[in-house]
Every structure is written in structure tokens, then in C-alpha cells.
Design a protein around this ligand. Sequence first.
Ligand code: G6P
Length: 363
Amino acid sequence: EMASKEGYPHFMLKEIHEQPLAINSTLAGIEEGAFNKVVNAILDSRKILIIGAGTSYHAGLVGDYLLTSMLGLDTHTLISSEYRKYLNAVNDGDTVIAISQSGETIDTLVAVRAFKERGAKIIAISNVIDSAIPRESNYVLYTRAGPEIGVAATKTFTTQLTVLTILALKIGVATGKLTTNEYRSAMDMIGKIPGLLQNVITKTEGKVKALSEHMSKKQSAYYLGRGIGVPLSMEGALKLKEIAYIHAEAYPAGESKHGPIALVEENYPVVFSILDDDNADAMLGNVMEMKARDAYIIGLVPDKYVGKFRELLNVTLEMPSIDYRVAPVIYIVPMQLLAYYTAVARGYDPDKPRNLAKTVTVE
Ligand code: G6P
């Protein structure tokens, strides 16, 4: 077992560190033909549904953000087990993007079958070749993260985001929403992700490890973002719940005043994902309102805004100033590390969280 962990104490830590490689392999394995078919299917459909469970659902929400806000497509994302809501709304030729790392999650498979029956075309995004969901789908796009052993998804999530972002860009250029130049420069930016991700690991790991000592004594935390930072925060919160067993809730930062801020008292941990996007000023206001309640504020901040935010933050995790479309892939990494080190500080095995299975094959 030690050998396959390659010297890391846990598979999860190894898999977090493997993400630059996993993304490189996914980029190298992109099959243009498969993408073209998927793009054509989407161009022919009126509506796009995205389904998934757990982390794959969060990847779906990030993809949804791009398809909706960047391209203006009629996209809806749902948790696989809630597919019935849309059964009546899906028709012949609509497309359903089914995201499943394992390709075997029964909730997603059941939804795939039901939507297929309605005449929808199914596009699977999976990490496991020839697994059940790809086999029952019309088209498949594979991530090439390699086997993921840790129950909490890490490298399969960031490779899913990579595939979804490329898909959105390809749809964008095919529909004329993006110019060829915009498409090319965005693709160049995707090529830079592995390097950026490696830098973020190197720069933040020590600081996050120190922070985890503090976090390990907490009972509850908020993860806040705006825009594409919302599903990103949802995934950050899920990691902490899954392996560190600390209650964590993510919601859009603008909602604090409509309820959740009632819980905030001195030293209540709040993790803000501040992106280099149109929401940065509004996020500053949201950080200030938490500061006024003496919350313990952890901020993931683009380097160009560090000066603006640092005074308000208890812990500043400096992130590269990058296009919002690739930010989730990079920003999730310190949150994965925070969950990992917090679980270890609390004496839990992050690879085998209680009550959870890597792949859930019962409804
Ligand atoms: C389980 C795992 C999660 C995972 C979810 C979906 O609940 O514990 O980590 O995100 O299944 O898995 P899938 O293989 O469909 O992506």
C-alpha cells in the first residue's frame, strides 16, 4: 500500500498533488472528433440539462455557469436523484450532460435512462472507460485523471472542470459567441492551468496546514463566493464535511444579510473565494460585514487585490489573478488541502470517511 501512495501518507494528498499531471493527461487526451460530435448535438438542441451527484454535481454547476453566462444557452443543472422535476421538460433532441467520475453512480444512471426514454441525447463525462453511464450514453468525453482512490473526489473534479471549460469554449466558437481569437487565447490559458496549479500548491500548502490546526477546533464554517465562486464554494464546503466532519455551508455571499449572518459570532470561520471578476467590489462589502461581526476570515484573493483585502482577513491565501473561467480549477486546491489537513489534525483517515462510499450503486 505504501508503494502506491508513493511516499504520501494518504491517497488523498497524493491525488491533490497529482492534479497538474491529471490535467495535463486530460489535455493530451482530448479527442477533437468526440468534442465535435458533442458540440453538434448541443447546437441541435433547445435545452441542455446537466446532471450529477456530489462533487460531479458541483462540476456541473460550474459548467452551467459558463454555458449560461458566457454563451446564453438554456441550461439547467440538477442533482441526479432529482431528475423527475425535468422529465416533462425534456424533449426529442435536447441534450443531457451526465457527469460521473466512476460512471457507475446509480442515481445518475437512473436519470440517464429516464431522459433517454424522453428522446434526449446523452453526453457522458467520465473518468472510467466503458463504465455503465458512458455505455448507455450517445457520446462520451473522458477525463484522464487516472484512478482515484481517496473517497473525496479531487483530481477527478479538476479534470471534469477542464473538460467542461473546453467544451464551453468549443460551443462558444461554433455558435459565434466567441471569436476565433477569443477562443484561442482562452485555450492558451487552459494550457497554463497545470503550471498555475502547481504554483498554488507550492505557495499555499504550508499556510493551509498551519490554518488547519485552528480549523480543527471549529464546529461549523461558511464558504462564500459570488458568480462562478458559488459552486466552487459548495465544493470546498463539501470537502470539509466529508472528511473533517465539520459542518460547512456554502451560499452566495450576497445572501448573508438575508439569514445566515445571524449565526456569525466572534471567530466563526468564513472562507471567501474572491475572484478577479466583476464581483470583487461586492465581495469586499461582504468581507466587511463579516469582519464587523469579528468572524475568523480566510480569503482566497487574487494577487492584484491582496492590498485591498489583507487588513480585513485573518488568513490571506494569495491566488493568481486569472480569468474567472479557469479560477475554480485553481481555487479549489487550497480548499482541498484545508479539508485534508483538518481531517488529519482531528485524527481522521481522509481516505476512508465514515458512512461514505467511493461509488454509490444503490438508490
Ligand atoms: C459518492 C462519492 C462522491 C462523489 C459522488 C458521485 O457519493 O463519495 O465523492 O462525488 O459519489 O460520484 P461519481 O462517480 O458519479 O462522480
